[in-house]
Each structure stands twice: as structure tokens, then as C-alpha cells.
Design a protein around this ligand. Structure first.
Ligand code: MOS
Length: 695
């Protein structure tokens, strides 16, 4: 594969949108200046299971400024869809607490919010259940676990577990977690007549949303335009359409004027998809030298009454370590909860917490250094498919991480490090994430004044995508960065995958390279002179991706943590957290480091704080704000470092990248839990690692 040559790529270029963002010039979804906007405020169900029996909106409608109250039976009709999370106000069924059961539309946000408190909803209430019982006979095997087959089985795992001299058998749990992006859901809907709709939406995938919304409203393809210029984070929750953009479009249709919807932080805990909780049993069988002879990883999670989204926690064990016998499986139970959704490294983040904790337990049991145990179980071929890896920098990451951290000479004995009243320990774990890529379109234009423009329905959710795609285009054109205008985030630039699965740069970048190469060819046909009307080429990478060679493609990393646990109070600090990653080519060290560090903080937050508590009495997330649902703050982040190794992989894409959005929040929680064991001698198998779990 011919890769772009490096000039702008590889340089620490500042974010193209940095200035606009920090000065407030960037226009977010509900900041567009519009004539006469109205505001919709959802009314959320206060029961976890049942049906809406009656809605009394008379008091709400009496408030000056209220334009309409939408409710089942009095709301614009939607076309059927696979995902019931989108089909709001179409029926009276209540499947979870916090579901949209009505909405007030008013001339101001304040009036809409106030009047929503006056809407009286009567329910038929049914008994609910929100907690996983791992022994429940209602557990079922889903058809997929986030696109992965639900189960895999190679060799004879049971025989290997019986025969092996060393077996580690442990169960780990992770709680529900919430994506908590800085900007909650936000959308402005503007109809142009009855057949044209523009949504300014905080959205990870404008091209896909445009298709979803047009189908929902029975409109032809192309009738819906999504604009997502600036997004305050997404972490997976804005990858798929849920209620907010649908409500905005319905409300705008109902009152015949533009409507804005802005979810509150509290509403996000039920309106957005959460990461489902997991119960994971991991069994590892090893010979005395530490070589794995069997891995069995079985995961349980929950999903909602009306849709399947099952956290794929066991899938990560399919491709990481060499073993002749390998079995994985996922099961789920339907509960009265909002449908879970993707959250940064879905499946892999909780899955690696279990697998990499188990590897640490095995290392301890065998008296083998934890880094060495990983190296001994390295493999050149994917253990589940037999396919070679396109590149595998795992051992290099382990070695370089150990070196940078100062791992050598570590006393492996738990509780061997004490400084005054602090127990000090170190731990490590592996990071990994699959390489995903999807077809994309892109358009390249040359203008007669010597400028170039590239259009692709990419989205910069804070990652730096806008910046690195311009770098890629400039290099491919052989021009300076400032000669290229890169336009993103408008669905009318064509079909493109969402900013998710760490696939953005690879997928959009591939289309950008292809478009620019095609433009250069056209330019050559014109003798290198741009004609007066300019040149424009649009490409699509569907055929290119179909020809992808049969390699197993993954990114890797190794994270090393130092923790201190106060001997009397149990206070836990992480003074050092180092990561070394291997993810193909790094296009922009500045934005890449930022992403990698952000992921590590995300993982640290998972380890220490994040805990969605389902309340069996009310059937709700009991902690649905940042007072109760804690995420890492500045004080949690001390000496945090992200490095990477040079990795050249010709079997990826013309940009040479693997994706870095999710890699670095995998493995972090295990590295910290393993350090906690080293510090205290206490093995915490249930996240988060809170004080009471250290006693
Ligand atoms: Mo991300 S969880 O792949 O949007």
C-alpha cells in the first residue's frame, strides 16, 4: 500500500479549531442564531415499568408561552424503526425510569422547563427489576455482542482446565458507567416546509443520523441535513440516534418553528446509553513456565426490555494471548433499564479489567514477573482465527514501558513498599483495541486561485480529526497546510462512518487520500493548470475496503501504575501512570498525546470512581449527577505520561494509522487494581476501587 509521505503529518500542529473553541467563536448545536426559536423540554417517566394511562396537560398549557404539549396520541407520527429508543411518544409503554413520556414546547427554555413540572402523568405500574442476578434463568445469549459473535470455542477448554497444574478462577464485576461528555445532548431542528429538515446536532455520525432521521420521518434520502460542526465530546453516546434529535424534529414540526432541545446533566443518565454492568468469570490454565494452556472468559451484562445492546466484555480474550484452548461467551438479562450503548472501548475496557487482573493473579500465583508472563504468552498469529497480525508492538510496549517506569528490580511481594503511613505498590497491564475501518466518501476540489478544499463527513468530537485530516490532505497534495481548507461535519458531504470505534482517521483519511490522488490525476490531465471553473472529484472507498488483506489488526499498549494507599484511612492515590502505545503512524504528536492521556484518565476514572448505582426500589440510577456519580478530576491526575513506539504497518490503510481513541482507556483499571494488590495485598475484583473495598 502506498502511504502518504510525511511533511505536515508527524508535526505537532495546533488544533485547527482550537482558537475558535477557546474564544467562544465555535458554534455548538444550540448556539445557531435563529429567528423565533422555541424550546422543548422532555417529561421523563417516574416509574420503571408499566404504561402511561393518562396525561393531564391542562396546567402546563395554561402557562403563558407554552405552545404545545406532546404526548402519546398527540405527537407527530414516526415510521417504524429497529431501535425503540428513537420511537418516542409513539406508544404508551414505559420500559424504564427516565423514558420520554411527554414534552412541553414553549417560547423560552425556562417556561418549557417550568411547565414540564406541571404535566401530570398517570401510570399503570408493574413490578420492575434492575439488578443482575448471575444465576437467573432468564439469562440469554444475544445474537451479537457489539458486532462480535456472542461466543467462541477452540480446542478442549474443559479438559485443559482439568489437566493443567495451575488454574486461576476468579470473578470480576464492573458497574454501569455513564459517558459524561462535557456537552450533554443538544439539538436544534429547523424545518423548511414539510419535506426538508436541518438538524444542528451534537452528533458523532452526521451522515448516518441523516439517513436514520429521514427514514423515521418518512422523508426521502437527502431531505435531512445534519450539521455537527462542534461537539463537546461524545464517548459513544452520540454515535447512535436516541431521543433528543427526534424530539427536536417532532417538536419543530408540531409548532412550525425552529426548536432547540438541550438535555440536562441529570437527564443524560437515562437519555444517553450507559455502559452495561458486567459480571465476568475468567479461568486461566497454565503450565509451570506460565504458558497459557486455556483461557475461558464468560461475561454477563444487562440490556433493556425492548432492545439488545450487550457489553462485549469477553471478546477481548479472543485475540490477545497464545493458547491452544480458548472459549469465550456473553449472556445478558433483560431488565427495566434504559438500553445500554457504546462507551469508549465498549466491551474491551471492562473485559481487559478482568483478563489483565486475572493475568496478574496468575503471575503472583506462579511467582513470575507480570511483564514476563505477558511476554511469554505473546503470539504472531491471532489465536482465535490463526491469521497473522498486520503488526504487533505489544512486547516492545511492555519493554519500553518497564524501562521508562523503572520496573526492573521491583520486589514482587505484596505490602513490600511502605513510606510512612502510605503503602506503595506498582502494577501493570496490557492495553489493546481492534482496528476498525469503514467505507467513506470524500470530495477534493482545486480552485483557480491555487487553493484546495477537501470535504468529508468526518466529525471532530474533540479528537483533533479536523486537524489531522488537513495534515493528511496537505501531504498528499504536496502543499502547505494553509493551502488546504478542510470541511467536515455536514451530512451533505456524503456517506461516512461515525466518529467511533477509533475508526475515524483511518476511514475518513483513506477517502481523503483517495480523493486527493484522483484530483491530482485530473490536474495532470489539465497540464497542471486548474481550469476557470475549478476541478472537483468525489470518491468512495467501499471497493478499496473490500479488498483488504486477511490480517488480524490490533493496536497495543502497556500501562504502568504506582499507587499509594493510606494505611489508616484507605485513601488511594495514583501518583504515577505511564503508558506506551503502538498504534501505527502517529499523525500529530500534540493531538495524539492529548487523546492518549485523555483515555488514560478515562481509565483511571473507571478504576477509582465511576459507579452507576441502580436503585432496586425506584428502578433508576440513584446517582444521576456529578455530585453522586464521580469522575476523575484534576486532583486525581498526577504524573501521567503517554508515549508511543514507531510502528510502520503496510497492511492498514494509505494513512498508516490504527486509531487511538479507545486504546488507552483499556487496561488502565487493571494496572491500577494490580498496583493496589501489590501495595496492600488486597485483590479488588469489583470496580470501582473505593475505600470500603480496601478494608
Ligand atoms: Mo466510541 S464508544 O466507538 O463511539
Amino acid at each position: 500500500m502506498t502511504m502518504t509521505t510525511s511533511r505536515a503529518t508527524g508535526a505537532s500542529v495546533q488544533r485547527a479549531d482550537g482558537y475558535a473553541k477557546v474564544t467562544g467563536a465555535a458554534t455548538y448545536s444550540t448556539e445557531w442564531p435563529l429567528q423565533n426559536p422555541a424550546y422543548a423540554w422532555p417529561v421523563l417517566s417516574t416509574v420503571a415499568r408499566g404504561a402511561v394511562r393518562a396525561v393531564d396537560d391542562s396546567a402546563a398549557l395554561a402557562v403563558p408561552g407554552v405552545l404545545a404539549v406532546l404526548r402519546p396520541g398527540a405527537a407527530p407520527e414516526l415510521q417504524p424503526a429497529d431501535d425503540p429508543e428513537m420511537l418516542i411518544l409513539q406508544h404508551s409503554r414505559v420500559d424504564y425510569r427516565g423514558q420520554v413520556v411527554a414534552a412541553v414546547v414553549a417560547t423560552s427554555l425556562e417556561v418549557a422547563r417550568y411547565a414540564s413540572s406541571l404535566v401530570r402523568v398517570d401510570y399503570t405500574v408493574e413490578p420492575h427489576e434492575v439488578l443482575i442476578d448471575p444465576d437467573s434463568d432468564e439469562l440469554f445469549t444475544p445474537t451479537t455482542a457489539v458486532g462480535n459473535p456472542p461466543a467462541s470455542d477452540k480446542g478442549d477448554v474443559d479438559a485443559a482446565l482439568l489437566a493443567a497444574p495451575h488454574v486461576l478462577d476468579a470473578t470480576y464485576t464492573t458497574p454501569p458507567q455513564h459517558t459524561s461528555s462535557m456537552e450533554p445532548y443538544a439539538c436544534t431542528a429547523v424545518w423548511d416546509g414539510e419535506r426538508e429538515l436541518t438538524l444542528y446536532n451534537s452528533d458523532q455520525g452526521p451522515a448516518i443520523t441523516a439517513g436514520t432521521i429521514s427514514a423515521l420521518f418518512g422523508l426521502p434520502a437527502g431531505a435531512v441535513r445534519i450539521v455537527a460542526d462542534y461537539i463537546g465530546g461524545g464517548f459513544g453516546a452520540k454515535a447512535f440516534v436516541r431521543s433528543v434529535p427526534v424530539l427536536a424534529a417532532m417538536a419543530a414540526k408540531a409548532v412550525d418553528r425552529p426548536v432547540k432541545v438541550m438535555a440536562t446533566r441529570q437527564q443524560m443518565f437515562s437519555l444517553a446509553g450507559h455502559r452495561g454492568p458486567t459480571v465476568q468469570r475468567v479461568r486461566l490454565a497454565a503450565d509451570p513456565s506460565g504458558r497459557l494452556v486455556a483461557i475461558d472468559h464468560q461475561a454477563i451484562s444487562h440490556t433493556s426490555r425492548h432492545a439488545d445492546f450487550v457489553e462485549a466484555a469477553a471478546a477481548v480474550s479472543r485475540s490477545l494471548y497464545a493458547t491452544p484452548n480458548l472459549r469465550t461467551g456473553h449472556r445478558a438479562v433483560r431488565l427495566d433499564v434504559p438500553t445500554p450503548g457504546p462507551m469508549r472501548a465498549p466491551g474491551i475496557a471492562p473485559g481487559l479489567f478482568a483478563l489483565e487482573s486475572a493475568m496478574d493473579e496468575l503471575a503472583h500465583q506462579l511467582g513470575i514477573d507480570p511483564v514476563e508472563l505477558r511476554v511469554r504468552n505473546d503470539t504472531d498469529v491471532d489465536p482465535s482465527t490463526g491469521r497473522p497480525f498486520s503488526s504487533r508492538g505489544l512486547v516492545e510496549c511492555l519493554r519500553e514501558g518497564a524501562e521508562r517506569f523503572g520496573w526492573a528490580g521491583r520486589d514482587p511481594a505484596p505490602r513490600s513498599g511502605r513510606q510512612g503511613d502510605w503503602l506503595v505498590g506498582t502494577g501493570m497491564a496490557v492495553s489493546t483495541f481492534p482496528v476498525h475501518m469503514a467505507p467513506s466518501t470524500a470530495t477534493a476540489l482545486a480552485t483557480v486561485d491555487g487553493g484546495f478544499e477537501v470535504r468529508v463527513t468526518a466529525v471532530d468530537i474533540g479528537t483533533g480529526a479536523r486537524t489531522v485530516l488537513a495534515q493528511v490532505a496537505a501531504d498528499e497534495l504536496g502543499v502547505e497546510l494553509d493551502q488546504v481548507t478542510l470541511r467536515v461535519a455536514h451530512s451533505d458531504y456524503g456517506m461516512a462512518p461515525f466518529a467511533g470505534g477509533s475508526a475515524g482517521t483511518a476511514s475518513w483519511g483513506w477517502a481523503v487520500v483517495k480523493a486527493v490522488r484522483a484530483l491530482r490525476e485530473r490536474l495532470d490531465q489539465h497540464g497542471g493548470v486548474v481550469p476557470a471553473e475549478g476541478l472537483e472529484v468525489t470518491v468512495d472507498t467501499t471497493a478499496d475496503l473490500a479488498e483488504l488483506s486477511a490480517y488480524s489488526r490490533h493496536s497495543y499498549g502497556a500501562q504502568f501504575a504506582e499507587v499509594r494507599v493510606h494505611v489508616h484511612t484507605g485513601e488511594l492515590r495514583v501518583p504515577r501512570l505511564y503508558g506506551v502505545f503502538a498504534a501505527g503512524r502517529i499523525l500529530n504528536p500534540r493531538t495524539a498525546r492529548s487523546q492518549l492521556l485523555g483515555g488514560m484518565i478515562f481509565g483511571l476514572s473507571m478504576a477509582l470512581h465511576e459507579d452507576g448505582v441502580l436503585d432496586p426500589v425506584f428502578g433508576d440510577f440513584a446517582n444521576h449527577d456529578f455530585a453522586g456519580y464521580h469522575i476523575a478530576a484534576n486532583a486525581d491526575v498526577a504524573d501521567l505520561r503517554a508515549h508511543w513506539i514507531e510502528e510502520h504497518d503496510d497492511e492498514l490503510n494509505p494513512v498508516g494509522v490504527k486509531g487511538i481513541g479507545e486504546l488507552s482507556n483499556t487496561g488502565t483499571a487493571a494496572a491500577i487494581a494490580n498496583a493496589v494488590f501489590h501495595a496492600t495485598g488486597h485483590r479488588v475484583r469489583d470496580l470501582p476501587i473505593t475505600l470500603e473495598r480496601l478494608r
